[in-house]
Design a protein around this ligand. Structure first.
Ligand code: PLP
Length: 624
Protein backbone atom coordinates (compact mmCIF):
# COMPACT_ATOMS: atom_id res chain seq x y z
CA UNK A 1 0.00 0.00 0.00
CA UNK A 2 1.15 3.54 -0.72
CA UNK A 3 1.36 4.52 2.95
CA UNK A 4 3.08 7.85 2.32
CA UNK A 5 0.91 8.78 -0.66
CA UNK A 6 3.91 8.85 -3.01
CA UNK A 7 1.76 8.29 -6.07
CA UNK A 8 -0.41 11.23 -5.21
CA UNK A 9 2.30 13.88 -4.66
CA UNK A 10 5.31 12.66 -6.65
CA UNK A 11 4.36 14.25 -9.97
CA UNK A 12 5.64 10.99 -11.44
CA UNK A 13 9.22 11.70 -10.30
CA UNK A 14 9.38 9.52 -7.18
CA UNK A 15 8.50 5.90 -6.53
CA UNK A 16 9.16 3.08 -4.12
CA UNK A 17 11.28 0.19 -5.38
CA UNK A 18 10.66 -3.43 -4.45
CA UNK A 19 13.69 -3.42 -2.16
CA UNK A 20 12.05 -0.64 -0.15
CA UNK A 21 14.20 2.25 -1.40
CA UNK A 22 12.66 5.52 -2.50
CA UNK A 23 13.66 6.14 -6.09
CA UNK A 24 13.79 9.15 -8.35
CA UNK A 25 13.02 9.12 -12.06
CA UNK A 26 14.47 11.59 -14.56
CA UNK A 27 11.02 12.14 -16.04
CA UNK A 28 7.56 10.80 -15.28
CA UNK A 29 7.15 7.25 -16.49
CA UNK A 30 10.85 6.55 -17.04
CA UNK A 31 10.77 3.64 -14.60
CA UNK A 32 13.68 1.87 -16.29
CA UNK A 33 15.91 4.79 -15.31
CA UNK A 34 14.90 4.92 -11.64
CA UNK A 35 17.72 5.67 -9.21
CA UNK A 36 17.68 4.72 -5.54
CA UNK A 37 17.89 7.83 -3.36
CA UNK A 38 19.29 5.72 -0.54
CA UNK A 39 22.10 4.61 -2.83
CA UNK A 40 22.81 8.21 -3.82
CA UNK A 41 22.90 9.12 -0.11
CA UNK A 42 25.47 6.37 0.42
CA UNK A 43 27.53 7.80 -2.43
CA UNK A 44 27.30 11.23 -0.85
CA UNK A 45 28.59 9.82 2.45
CA UNK A 46 31.38 7.97 0.67
CA UNK A 47 32.51 11.25 -0.86
CA UNK A 48 32.88 12.70 2.61
CA UNK A 49 29.74 14.80 2.89
CA UNK A 50 27.73 14.71 6.07
CA UNK A 51 23.97 14.92 6.35
CA UNK A 52 21.89 17.02 6.00
CA UNK A 53 22.24 17.27 2.26
CA UNK A 54 20.08 18.98 -0.28
CA UNK A 55 19.94 16.66 -3.26
CA UNK A 56 19.20 18.27 -6.60
CA UNK A 57 18.19 16.19 -9.57
CA UNK A 58 19.03 18.13 -12.73
CA UNK A 59 16.86 16.01 -15.01
CA UNK A 60 13.75 17.08 -13.14
CA UNK A 61 14.42 20.76 -13.85
CA UNK A 62 14.90 19.87 -17.48
CA UNK A 63 11.72 17.79 -17.58
CA UNK A 64 9.61 20.46 -15.85
CA UNK A 65 10.75 23.15 -18.28
CA UNK A 66 9.93 20.83 -21.12
CA UNK A 67 6.58 19.90 -19.68
CA UNK A 68 5.48 23.55 -19.20
CA UNK A 69 6.60 24.60 -22.66
CA UNK A 70 5.30 21.53 -24.46
CA UNK A 71 1.96 21.59 -22.68
CA UNK A 72 1.55 25.23 -23.66
CA UNK A 73 2.53 24.42 -27.24
CA UNK A 74 -0.01 21.59 -27.49
CA UNK A 75 -2.73 23.74 -25.93
CA UNK A 76 -2.04 26.52 -28.42
CA UNK A 77 -2.14 24.07 -31.33
CA UNK A 78 -5.35 22.47 -30.15
CA UNK A 79 -7.05 25.81 -29.64
CA UNK A 80 -5.66 27.49 -32.73
CA UNK A 81 -3.94 30.18 -30.71
CA UNK A 82 -2.02 32.42 -33.05
CA UNK A 83 0.46 33.99 -30.64
CA UNK A 84 3.43 32.40 -28.88
CA UNK A 85 4.31 31.27 -25.37
CA UNK A 86 7.48 32.37 -23.60
CA UNK A 87 8.42 31.45 -20.07
CA UNK A 88 10.46 33.68 -17.77
CA UNK A 89 11.84 32.00 -14.67
CA UNK A 90 11.63 34.32 -11.64
CA UNK A 91 14.98 33.89 -10.00
CA UNK A 92 13.67 34.79 -6.54
CA UNK A 93 12.19 31.29 -6.36
CA UNK A 94 15.64 29.76 -6.25
CA UNK A 95 18.49 32.15 -6.95
CA UNK A 96 21.30 29.63 -6.61
CA UNK A 97 23.68 30.11 -9.49
CA UNK A 98 23.64 26.43 -10.38
CA UNK A 99 19.87 26.42 -10.61
CA UNK A 100 19.62 29.60 -12.67
CA UNK A 101 22.38 28.43 -15.01
CA UNK A 102 20.69 25.07 -15.48
CA UNK A 103 17.40 26.77 -16.26
CA UNK A 104 19.15 28.96 -18.83
CA UNK A 105 20.79 25.83 -20.30
CA UNK A 106 17.72 23.57 -20.34
CA UNK A 107 15.41 26.43 -21.27
CA UNK A 108 17.45 27.50 -24.29
CA UNK A 109 15.54 25.26 -26.71
CA UNK A 110 12.33 27.03 -25.72
CA UNK A 111 13.87 30.48 -25.33
CA UNK A 112 12.83 30.32 -21.71
CA UNK A 113 13.89 33.62 -20.16
CA UNK A 114 14.38 35.08 -16.69
CA UNK A 115 12.58 37.46 -14.41
CA UNK A 116 14.40 39.72 -11.95
CA UNK A 117 12.68 41.48 -9.08
CA UNK A 118 15.59 43.51 -7.72
CA UNK A 119 18.90 45.01 -8.78
CA UNK A 120 20.88 42.08 -7.45
CA UNK A 121 18.63 39.64 -9.28
CA UNK A 122 18.97 41.64 -12.49
CA UNK A 123 22.74 41.54 -12.19
CA UNK A 124 22.56 37.77 -11.65
CA UNK A 125 20.19 37.39 -14.62
CA UNK A 126 22.28 39.54 -16.96
CA UNK A 127 25.33 37.46 -16.15
CA UNK A 128 23.51 34.15 -16.61
CA UNK A 129 21.59 34.88 -19.80
CA UNK A 130 22.96 34.24 -23.27
CA UNK A 131 19.82 33.79 -25.34
CA UNK A 132 18.78 37.08 -26.89
CA UNK A 133 15.56 35.53 -28.16
CA UNK A 134 14.37 34.95 -24.63
CA UNK A 135 12.80 37.70 -22.53
CA UNK A 136 14.37 39.33 -19.50
CA UNK A 137 11.65 40.83 -17.34
CA UNK A 138 12.54 43.53 -14.81
CA UNK A 139 10.03 43.78 -11.99
CA UNK A 140 10.41 45.37 -8.57
CA UNK A 141 11.26 48.89 -7.37
CA UNK A 142 13.68 50.53 -9.71
CA UNK A 143 16.28 53.15 -8.94
CA UNK A 144 18.42 54.84 -11.54
CA UNK A 145 21.06 52.14 -11.48
CA UNK A 146 18.48 49.36 -11.96
CA UNK A 147 16.95 51.23 -14.90
CA UNK A 148 20.33 51.92 -16.47
CA UNK A 149 21.30 48.26 -16.26
CA UNK A 150 18.05 47.25 -17.95
CA UNK A 151 18.61 49.80 -20.70
CA UNK A 152 22.15 48.54 -21.24
CA UNK A 153 20.76 45.02 -21.64
CA UNK A 154 18.45 46.37 -24.35
CA UNK A 155 21.42 48.02 -26.04
CA UNK A 156 23.19 44.67 -26.05
CA UNK A 157 20.29 43.21 -27.98
CA UNK A 158 18.40 41.47 -25.17
CA UNK A 159 14.62 41.72 -25.02
CA UNK A 160 14.73 43.36 -21.63
CA UNK A 161 11.34 44.60 -20.52
CA UNK A 162 11.24 47.27 -17.83
CA UNK A 163 7.97 46.83 -15.99
CA UNK A 164 6.54 50.00 -14.49
CA UNK A 165 5.39 48.97 -11.05
CA UNK A 166 4.77 52.38 -9.52
CA UNK A 167 3.65 55.61 -11.24
CA UNK A 168 6.82 57.52 -10.29
CA UNK A 169 9.07 55.07 -12.10
CA UNK A 170 7.95 56.06 -15.55
CA UNK A 171 9.32 59.65 -15.68
CA UNK A 172 12.65 58.34 -14.37
CA UNK A 173 12.76 55.59 -17.02
CA UNK A 174 12.01 58.11 -19.76
CA UNK A 175 14.70 60.44 -18.50
CA UNK A 176 17.31 57.67 -18.28
CA UNK A 177 16.40 56.41 -21.76
CA UNK A 178 17.06 59.88 -23.15
CA UNK A 179 20.33 60.17 -21.26
CA UNK A 180 21.57 56.79 -22.42
CA UNK A 181 20.08 57.10 -25.88
CA UNK A 182 18.32 53.77 -25.52
CA UNK A 183 14.81 53.00 -26.61
CA UNK A 184 13.19 51.18 -23.68
CA UNK A 185 10.84 48.23 -23.97
CA UNK A 186 8.17 48.90 -21.37
CA UNK A 187 5.63 46.88 -19.52
CA UNK A 188 2.96 48.05 -17.09
CA UNK A 189 2.08 46.07 -14.04
CA UNK A 190 -1.62 46.33 -13.48
CA UNK A 191 -3.63 46.03 -10.31
CA UNK A 192 -6.44 43.59 -10.80
CA UNK A 193 -9.60 43.58 -8.81
CA UNK A 194 -9.47 39.80 -8.98
CA UNK A 195 -8.01 38.53 -5.75
CA UNK A 196 -6.98 34.98 -5.07
CA UNK A 197 -7.20 33.11 -1.79
CA UNK A 198 -4.26 31.45 -0.10
CA UNK A 199 -1.20 32.50 1.77
CA UNK A 200 0.79 34.12 -0.97
CA UNK A 201 -1.95 35.95 -2.77
CA UNK A 202 -1.55 39.45 -1.38
CA UNK A 203 0.30 40.41 -4.57
CA UNK A 204 -3.07 40.59 -6.32
CA UNK A 205 -6.16 42.69 -5.69
CA UNK A 206 -6.76 46.42 -5.54
CA UNK A 207 -4.81 46.78 -2.31
CA UNK A 208 -1.75 45.05 -3.70
CA UNK A 209 1.47 46.98 -3.19
CA UNK A 210 2.58 46.85 -6.77
CA UNK A 211 0.94 47.82 -9.98
CA UNK A 212 -1.00 50.70 -11.45
CA UNK A 213 -4.73 51.20 -11.10
CA UNK A 214 -6.74 52.21 -14.14
CA UNK A 215 -6.34 55.96 -13.56
CA UNK A 216 -2.60 55.57 -13.18
CA UNK A 217 -2.51 53.44 -16.35
CA UNK A 218 -4.24 56.19 -18.29
CA UNK A 219 -1.82 58.76 -16.83
CA UNK A 220 1.08 56.59 -17.97
CA UNK A 221 -0.38 56.32 -21.46
CA UNK A 222 -0.78 60.09 -21.65
CA UNK A 223 2.77 60.64 -20.44
CA UNK A 224 4.12 58.25 -23.06
CA UNK A 225 1.94 59.79 -25.76
CA UNK A 226 3.24 63.21 -24.83
CA UNK A 227 6.80 61.97 -25.12
CA UNK A 228 6.05 60.26 -28.43
CA UNK A 229 6.95 56.94 -26.89
CA UNK A 230 3.70 55.02 -26.74
CA UNK A 231 5.22 52.53 -29.16
CA UNK A 232 7.59 51.51 -26.33
CA UNK A 233 4.72 50.15 -24.26
CA UNK A 234 4.75 46.51 -25.27
CA UNK A 235 3.62 44.52 -22.30
CA UNK A 236 0.83 44.17 -19.77
CA UNK A 237 1.83 42.36 -16.62
CA UNK A 238 0.21 41.19 -13.43
CA UNK A 239 0.98 38.74 -10.67
CA UNK A 240 -1.89 37.36 -8.68
CA UNK A 241 0.22 35.65 -6.05
CA UNK A 242 2.05 32.38 -5.76
CA UNK A 243 0.49 28.91 -5.34
CA UNK A 244 -2.94 29.85 -6.69
CA UNK A 245 -4.85 26.70 -5.83
CA UNK A 246 -8.07 27.56 -7.59
CA UNK A 247 -8.21 27.57 -11.40
CA UNK A 248 -11.28 29.81 -11.41
CA UNK A 249 -9.25 32.66 -9.92
CA UNK A 250 -6.58 32.19 -12.59
CA UNK A 251 -9.16 32.39 -15.35
CA UNK A 252 -10.92 35.44 -13.92
CA UNK A 253 -7.60 37.28 -13.66
CA UNK A 254 -6.61 36.46 -17.26
CA UNK A 255 -9.91 37.78 -18.45
CA UNK A 256 -9.57 41.05 -16.54
CA UNK A 257 -5.99 41.54 -17.75
CA UNK A 258 -7.11 40.99 -21.36
CA UNK A 259 -9.56 43.84 -21.07
CA UNK A 260 -6.74 46.13 -19.95
CA UNK A 261 -4.56 44.80 -22.77
CA UNK A 262 -7.30 45.51 -25.30
CA UNK A 263 -7.85 48.97 -23.84
CA UNK A 264 -4.17 49.79 -24.20
CA UNK A 265 -4.12 48.49 -27.76
CA UNK A 266 -7.00 50.81 -28.54
CA UNK A 267 -5.12 53.70 -26.97
CA UNK A 268 -2.41 53.08 -29.54
CA UNK A 269 0.15 51.22 -27.42
CA UNK A 270 2.23 48.69 -29.33
CA UNK A 271 1.30 45.90 -26.92
CA UNK A 272 2.43 42.44 -27.97
CA UNK A 273 3.18 40.63 -24.70
CA UNK A 274 0.79 39.63 -21.95
CA UNK A 275 2.65 38.49 -18.84
CA UNK A 276 0.49 36.53 -16.40
CA UNK A 277 3.12 36.39 -13.64
CA UNK A 278 3.56 33.32 -11.47
CA UNK A 279 0.98 31.39 -9.50
CA UNK A 280 0.98 27.99 -11.20
CA UNK A 281 0.66 25.87 -8.07
CA UNK A 282 2.28 22.63 -6.97
CA UNK A 283 0.20 19.81 -5.58
CA UNK A 284 2.36 19.26 -2.50
CA UNK A 285 -0.17 17.12 -0.67
CA UNK A 286 -1.60 15.39 -3.71
CA UNK A 287 -5.21 16.12 -2.78
CA UNK A 288 -5.89 17.87 -6.12
CA UNK A 289 -8.00 20.37 -4.23
CA UNK A 290 -8.00 24.10 -3.67
CA UNK A 291 -6.30 23.58 -0.29
CA UNK A 292 -3.30 25.74 0.47
CA UNK A 293 -0.76 23.04 -0.41
CA UNK A 294 -2.53 21.75 -3.47
CA UNK A 295 -4.23 22.82 -6.72
CA UNK A 296 -7.55 21.90 -8.24
CA UNK A 297 -6.24 21.71 -11.80
CA UNK A 298 -3.67 19.94 -13.94
CA UNK A 299 -0.94 21.62 -15.96
CA UNK A 300 -2.91 20.82 -19.09
CA UNK A 301 -5.98 22.57 -17.68
CA UNK A 302 -3.90 25.57 -16.63
CA UNK A 303 -2.46 25.98 -20.12
CA UNK A 304 -5.73 25.38 -21.91
CA UNK A 305 -7.58 27.75 -19.63
CA UNK A 306 -5.18 30.64 -20.02
CA UNK A 307 -5.00 30.46 -23.82
CA UNK A 308 -8.71 29.91 -24.10
CA UNK A 309 -9.45 32.86 -21.81
CA UNK A 310 -7.13 35.13 -23.80
CA UNK A 311 -8.68 34.03 -27.08
CA UNK A 312 -12.22 34.47 -25.85
CA UNK A 313 -11.57 38.01 -24.58
CA UNK A 314 -9.39 39.30 -27.38
CA UNK A 315 -11.17 37.69 -30.34
CA UNK A 316 -14.29 39.49 -29.21
CA UNK A 317 -12.41 42.76 -29.39
CA UNK A 318 -10.66 41.93 -32.65
CA UNK A 319 -7.21 42.22 -31.12
CA UNK A 320 -4.39 39.92 -32.35
CA UNK A 321 -3.28 37.18 -29.95
CA UNK A 322 -0.33 38.32 -27.84
CA UNK A 323 2.79 36.40 -26.86
CA UNK A 324 1.86 34.95 -23.51
CA UNK A 325 4.55 35.06 -20.87
CA UNK A 326 4.29 33.28 -17.54
CA UNK A 327 6.70 33.70 -14.68
CA UNK A 328 6.19 30.25 -13.22
CA UNK A 329 8.82 29.54 -10.64
CA UNK A 330 7.49 27.18 -8.02
CA UNK A 331 6.15 24.71 -10.55
CA UNK A 332 9.46 24.61 -12.40
CA UNK A 333 11.79 24.02 -9.49
CA UNK A 334 9.86 22.51 -6.55
CA UNK A 335 10.25 18.87 -7.60
CA UNK A 336 13.96 19.05 -8.32
CA UNK A 337 15.28 19.12 -4.73
CA UNK A 338 15.00 16.68 -1.85
CA UNK A 339 16.28 17.42 1.63
CA UNK A 340 17.94 14.39 3.21
CA UNK A 341 18.77 14.02 6.87
CA UNK A 342 19.52 11.35 9.42
CA UNK A 343 17.76 10.55 12.66
CA UNK A 344 19.97 11.20 15.68
CA UNK A 345 17.82 9.88 18.50
CA UNK A 346 14.27 8.87 19.36
CA UNK A 347 12.24 9.57 22.48
CA UNK A 348 9.32 7.31 23.21
CA UNK A 349 6.47 8.04 25.54
CA UNK A 350 6.32 4.59 26.86
CA UNK A 351 7.03 3.60 30.46
CA UNK A 352 9.48 1.02 31.64
CA UNK A 353 7.89 -2.11 33.15
CA UNK A 354 5.85 -1.20 36.17
CA UNK A 355 6.28 -2.95 39.54
CA UNK A 356 3.65 -5.60 40.42
CA UNK A 357 2.64 -3.60 43.46
CA UNK A 358 3.22 -0.04 44.50
CA UNK A 359 5.91 0.66 47.10
CA UNK A 360 4.82 1.13 50.72
CA UNK A 361 3.68 4.65 51.56
CA UNK A 362 2.67 5.62 48.03
CA UNK A 363 0.21 8.53 47.99
CA UNK A 364 -3.44 7.59 47.45
CA UNK A 365 -3.56 9.44 44.09
CA UNK A 366 -0.96 6.98 42.84
CA UNK A 367 -2.95 4.04 44.25
CA UNK A 368 -6.06 5.22 42.37
CA UNK A 369 -4.13 5.50 39.10
CA UNK A 370 -2.67 2.04 39.60
CA UNK A 371 -6.07 0.55 40.29
CA UNK A 372 -7.56 2.30 37.27
CA UNK A 373 -4.84 0.83 35.06
CA UNK A 374 -5.36 -2.65 36.46
CA UNK A 375 -9.08 -2.48 35.81
CA UNK A 376 -8.72 -1.18 32.23
CA UNK A 377 -10.76 -3.05 29.62
CA UNK A 378 -12.28 -2.36 26.22
CA UNK A 379 -15.52 -1.03 27.72
CA UNK A 380 -14.15 1.45 30.25
CA UNK A 381 -11.34 3.11 28.29
CA UNK A 382 -12.75 6.62 28.42
CA UNK A 383 -13.43 6.36 32.16
CA UNK A 384 -9.91 5.10 32.89
CA UNK A 385 -8.45 7.82 30.71
CA UNK A 386 -10.36 10.48 32.66
CA UNK A 387 -9.23 8.96 35.97
CA UNK A 388 -5.54 8.77 35.17
CA UNK A 389 -5.49 12.33 33.86
CA UNK A 390 -7.23 13.54 37.01
CA UNK A 391 -4.95 11.67 39.41
CA UNK A 392 -1.81 12.51 37.47
CA UNK A 393 -2.66 16.19 37.85
CA UNK A 394 -3.41 15.62 41.53
CA UNK A 395 -0.02 13.92 42.03
CA UNK A 396 1.75 16.78 40.25
CA UNK A 397 0.00 19.25 42.55
CA UNK A 398 1.08 17.28 45.62
CA UNK A 399 4.62 17.23 44.24
CA UNK A 400 4.57 21.01 43.91
CA UNK A 401 3.51 21.21 47.56
CA UNK A 402 6.33 18.94 48.68
CA UNK A 403 3.98 16.04 49.57
CA UNK A 404 5.16 13.64 46.89
CA UNK A 405 8.77 12.62 46.32
CA UNK A 406 10.62 12.80 43.01
CA UNK A 407 10.59 8.99 42.82
CA UNK A 408 6.84 8.86 43.43
CA UNK A 409 6.24 11.47 40.78
CA UNK A 410 8.32 9.49 38.33
CA UNK A 411 6.24 6.39 39.06
CA UNK A 412 3.09 8.46 38.50
CA UNK A 413 4.31 9.49 35.02
CA UNK A 414 5.13 5.87 34.23
CA UNK A 415 1.67 4.65 35.19
CA UNK A 416 0.22 7.46 33.14
CA UNK A 417 2.14 6.61 29.95
CA UNK A 418 1.52 2.88 30.38
CA UNK A 419 -2.21 3.51 30.66
CA UNK A 420 -2.25 5.70 27.55
CA UNK A 421 -0.31 3.11 25.58
CA UNK A 422 -2.65 0.34 26.70
CA UNK A 423 -5.71 2.36 25.76
CA UNK A 424 -4.15 2.96 22.38
CA UNK A 425 -3.50 -0.77 21.92
CA UNK A 426 -7.00 -1.72 23.01
CA UNK A 427 -8.45 0.87 20.60
CA UNK A 428 -6.94 -1.06 17.71
CA UNK A 429 -9.48 -3.80 18.38
CA UNK A 430 -12.38 -1.39 17.93
CA UNK A 431 -14.16 -0.85 14.62
CA UNK A 432 -14.71 2.81 15.37
CA UNK A 433 -12.08 5.27 16.69
CA UNK A 434 -11.28 4.83 20.39
CA UNK A 435 -11.51 7.60 23.01
CA UNK A 436 -9.77 10.78 21.88
CA UNK A 437 -7.99 8.67 19.31
CA UNK A 438 -6.37 11.43 17.25
CA UNK A 439 -5.22 13.28 20.33
CA UNK A 440 -3.94 10.09 21.94
CA UNK A 441 -1.96 9.21 18.84
CA UNK A 442 -0.41 12.66 18.91
CA UNK A 443 0.55 12.68 22.58
CA UNK A 444 1.95 9.19 22.33
CA UNK A 445 3.92 9.96 19.16
CA UNK A 446 7.64 9.33 19.39
CA UNK A 447 9.92 12.27 18.84
CA UNK A 448 12.48 11.57 16.14
CA UNK A 449 15.36 14.01 16.58
CA UNK A 450 16.65 14.78 13.14
CA UNK A 451 19.79 16.42 11.84
CA UNK A 452 18.42 19.53 10.14
CA UNK A 453 16.94 22.93 10.87
CA UNK A 454 13.35 23.71 9.90
CA UNK A 455 14.24 27.41 9.92
CA UNK A 456 17.13 26.96 7.51
CA UNK A 457 15.80 24.30 5.17
CA UNK A 458 11.99 24.35 5.37
CA UNK A 459 11.08 27.89 6.41
CA UNK A 460 7.58 27.67 4.91
CA UNK A 461 6.79 24.61 7.04
CA UNK A 462 7.43 26.78 10.06
CA UNK A 463 6.17 30.16 8.90
CA UNK A 464 2.96 29.26 7.10
CA UNK A 465 2.41 25.59 7.95
CA UNK A 466 3.02 24.51 4.40
CA UNK A 467 2.90 20.77 3.94
CA UNK A 468 5.81 19.02 2.30
CA UNK A 469 5.85 15.29 1.60
CA UNK A 470 8.07 13.52 4.16
CA UNK A 471 9.07 9.86 4.22
CA UNK A 472 11.98 7.59 4.99
CA UNK A 473 14.06 6.93 1.89
CA UNK A 474 14.61 3.27 2.67
CA UNK A 475 12.95 0.30 4.44
CA UNK A 476 9.71 1.21 2.66
CA UNK A 477 8.97 -2.49 2.20
CA UNK A 478 8.85 -2.92 6.00
CA UNK A 479 5.74 -1.96 7.91
CA UNK A 480 6.54 1.16 9.93
CA UNK A 481 5.37 0.25 13.43
CA UNK A 482 6.05 3.56 15.13
CA UNK A 483 4.28 6.90 14.87
CA UNK A 484 6.34 10.02 15.35
CA UNK A 485 6.89 13.68 14.79
CA UNK A 486 10.21 15.18 13.70
CA UNK A 487 12.17 17.58 15.86
CA UNK A 488 15.11 19.46 14.37
CA UNK A 489 18.37 20.30 16.13
CA UNK A 490 17.60 23.92 16.86
CA UNK A 491 16.66 24.31 20.48
CA UNK A 492 13.38 25.96 19.56
CA UNK A 493 10.00 24.40 20.22
CA UNK A 494 8.90 25.55 16.75
CA UNK A 495 11.73 23.53 15.26
CA UNK A 496 9.57 20.56 14.37
CA UNK A 497 7.43 18.99 11.69
CA UNK A 498 4.16 17.74 13.11
CA UNK A 499 1.81 17.90 10.14
CA UNK A 500 2.06 15.32 7.45
CA UNK A 501 0.44 14.32 4.23
CA UNK A 502 -2.04 11.54 4.37
CA UNK A 503 -3.98 9.87 1.62
CA UNK A 504 -7.11 11.44 3.03
CA UNK A 505 -5.70 14.87 3.86
CA UNK A 506 -3.36 15.66 6.74
CA UNK A 507 -2.28 13.77 9.82
CA UNK A 508 -0.44 14.77 12.97
CA UNK A 509 1.96 11.82 13.12
CA UNK A 510 4.19 10.16 10.58
CA UNK A 511 4.53 6.37 10.31
CA UNK A 512 8.18 5.58 10.96
CA UNK A 513 10.38 2.53 11.45
CA UNK A 514 12.23 1.64 14.58
CA UNK A 515 15.75 2.93 14.31
CA UNK A 516 18.15 0.01 14.46
CA UNK A 517 21.34 0.34 16.45
CA UNK A 518 24.36 1.25 14.30
CA UNK A 519 22.18 1.64 11.24
CA UNK A 520 21.48 5.03 9.73
CA UNK A 521 17.81 5.91 9.29
CA UNK A 522 17.40 8.54 6.61
CA UNK A 523 14.39 10.70 5.98
CA UNK A 524 13.65 12.78 2.90
CA UNK A 525 11.56 15.91 2.61
CA UNK A 526 10.43 16.20 -0.98
CA UNK A 527 9.47 19.05 -3.33
CA UNK A 528 11.63 21.60 -1.53
CA UNK A 529 13.22 23.23 -4.60
CA UNK A 530 11.11 26.39 -4.53
CA UNK A 531 11.64 29.29 -2.12
CA UNK A 532 13.05 27.25 0.77
CA UNK A 533 16.75 27.74 0.13
CA UNK A 534 16.97 31.50 0.29
CA UNK A 535 14.11 32.14 2.67
CA UNK A 536 15.92 29.99 5.23
CA UNK A 537 17.60 31.68 8.16
CA UNK A 538 20.47 31.15 10.54
CA UNK A 539 18.47 30.29 13.65
CA UNK A 540 20.90 28.82 16.19
CA UNK A 541 23.61 29.48 13.61
CA UNK A 542 22.74 26.39 11.63
CA UNK A 543 23.88 27.31 8.15
CA UNK A 544 23.37 26.24 4.57
CA UNK A 545 23.43 22.50 4.10
CA UNK A 546 25.69 20.63 1.72
CA UNK A 547 24.23 20.51 -1.76
CA UNK A 548 24.81 17.71 -4.21
CA UNK A 549 23.47 17.62 -7.77
CA UNK A 550 23.10 14.48 -9.79
CA UNK A 551 22.16 13.77 -13.35
CA UNK A 552 20.45 10.51 -14.18
CA UNK A 553 21.81 8.80 -17.24
CA UNK A 554 20.52 5.83 -19.17
CA UNK A 555 19.26 2.71 -17.43
CA UNK A 556 19.44 4.16 -13.95
CA UNK A 557 23.12 5.08 -14.05
CA UNK A 558 23.82 8.53 -12.70
CA UNK A 559 26.65 10.96 -12.19
CA UNK A 560 27.47 13.46 -9.51
CA UNK A 561 27.42 16.74 -11.37
CA UNK A 562 28.45 19.07 -8.58
CA UNK A 563 28.96 19.28 -4.86
CA UNK A 564 28.78 22.41 -2.81
CA UNK A 565 29.91 22.34 0.76
CA UNK A 566 27.50 23.85 3.25
CA UNK A 567 28.43 26.68 5.57
CA UNK A 568 31.21 26.12 8.04
CA UNK A 569 30.94 27.42 11.60
CA UNK A 570 33.37 30.12 10.60
CA UNK A 571 31.12 31.16 7.68
CA UNK A 572 28.02 31.55 9.80
CA UNK A 573 29.92 33.43 12.48
CA UNK A 574 31.15 35.83 9.83
CA UNK A 575 27.54 36.38 8.67
CA UNK A 576 26.75 37.73 12.12
CA UNK A 577 29.84 39.93 12.03
CA UNK A 578 32.25 37.83 14.08
CA UNK A 579 35.85 37.81 13.04
CA UNK A 580 36.78 34.11 13.28
CA UNK A 581 40.50 34.95 13.42
CA UNK A 582 39.96 37.20 16.41
CA UNK A 583 37.88 34.52 18.10
CA UNK A 584 40.62 32.00 17.49
CA UNK A 585 43.34 34.23 18.89
CA UNK A 586 41.31 35.06 21.94
CA UNK A 587 40.63 31.36 22.55
CA UNK A 588 44.34 30.63 22.12
CA UNK A 589 45.08 33.15 24.85
CA UNK A 590 42.57 31.50 27.21
CA UNK A 591 44.34 28.21 26.56
CA UNK A 592 47.73 29.80 27.24
CA UNK A 593 46.46 31.22 30.51
CA UNK A 594 45.34 27.72 31.51
CA UNK A 595 48.89 26.51 30.80
CA UNK A 596 50.34 29.33 32.92
CA UNK A 597 48.02 28.40 35.76
CA UNK A 598 49.08 24.77 35.50
CA UNK A 599 45.59 23.52 34.58
CA UNK A 600 46.76 21.89 31.37
CA UNK A 601 50.06 20.85 29.86
CA UNK A 602 51.31 22.63 26.70
CA UNK A 603 50.70 19.41 24.72
CA UNK A 604 47.11 19.44 25.85
CA UNK A 605 46.80 23.07 24.86
CA UNK A 606 47.83 22.05 21.38
CA UNK A 607 45.07 19.43 21.26
CA UNK A 608 42.41 21.77 22.62
CA UNK A 609 43.35 24.62 20.29
CA UNK A 610 43.37 22.22 17.34
CA UNK A 611 39.87 21.02 18.29
CA UNK A 612 38.63 24.62 18.41
CA UNK A 613 40.17 25.34 15.04
CA UNK A 614 38.64 22.18 13.55
CA UNK A 615 35.30 23.26 15.00
CA UNK A 616 35.57 26.59 13.20
CA UNK A 617 36.27 24.82 9.94
CA UNK A 618 33.57 22.20 10.49
CA UNK A 619 29.95 21.80 9.41
CA UNK A 620 27.30 23.53 11.52
CA UNK A 621 25.20 20.35 11.76
CA UNK A 622 25.70 17.17 13.73
CA UNK A 623 28.69 15.36 12.25
CA UNK A 624 29.29 11.63 12.34
N1 PLP B 1 6.49 36.79 -10.60
C1 PLP B 1 6.40 37.65 -9.57
C2 PLP B 1 6.32 39.10 -9.84
C3 PLP B 1 6.41 37.17 -8.25
O1 PLP B 1 6.36 38.02 -7.23
C4 PLP B 1 6.51 35.77 -8.03
C5 PLP B 1 6.49 35.22 -6.68
O2 PLP B 1 5.59 35.31 -5.93
C6 PLP B 1 6.58 34.92 -9.14
C7 PLP B 1 6.57 35.47 -10.40
C8 PLP B 1 6.69 33.44 -8.99
O3 PLP B 1 5.51 32.85 -8.66
P1 PLP B 1 5.37 31.26 -8.65
O4 PLP B 1 6.53 30.73 -7.91
O5 PLP B 1 4.09 31.04 -7.98
O6 PLP B 1 5.36 30.77 -10.05
Amino acid sequence: ADLYGVNQWSGGYFQVAENGDATVLPRPGATDRAVSIAEVAEGIRARGFDMPVLLRIDNILDAQIESLNETCRTAMEELGYKGRFMGAYPIKVNQQQQVVEKIAEFGARYHHGLEAGSKAELIAAMGSMRDRNAVLICNGYKDEEFIDLGLYATKLGFTCILVVELPDELPLILERSKQLDAKPVLGIRIKLSTQAGGHWADSGGERSFFGLNTTQIIDAVDLLKGAGMLDCLKMVHYHLGSQISNIREIRTAVNEACRVYAGLAREGAAVEYLDLGGGLAVDYDGTQSNFLSSRNYTLKEYCTDIFEAVMTSLDEEGIPHPTIITESGRALVAYSSVLLFNVLDVTRFQAATLPATLPEGSPSSLEYMFQALKGLNIRNMQEVLNDVIFYRDETRRLFDNGKVTLRQRSLCEQIFWTTLNEIQNLSLELKHPGPESGELERVLADIYYCNFSVFQSLPDAWAIDQLFPVMPIHRLNEEPKRRGILADITCDCDGQIDQFIDKRGTRRVLPLHEVKPYEEYLIGVFLVGAYQETLGDLHNLLGDTNVVSIRILDKGAYEFVSEQEGDTVSDVLAYVQYDPKRLFNSFRQSAERAVREGRIAPQERRKIVAAYEAGLRGYTYFER
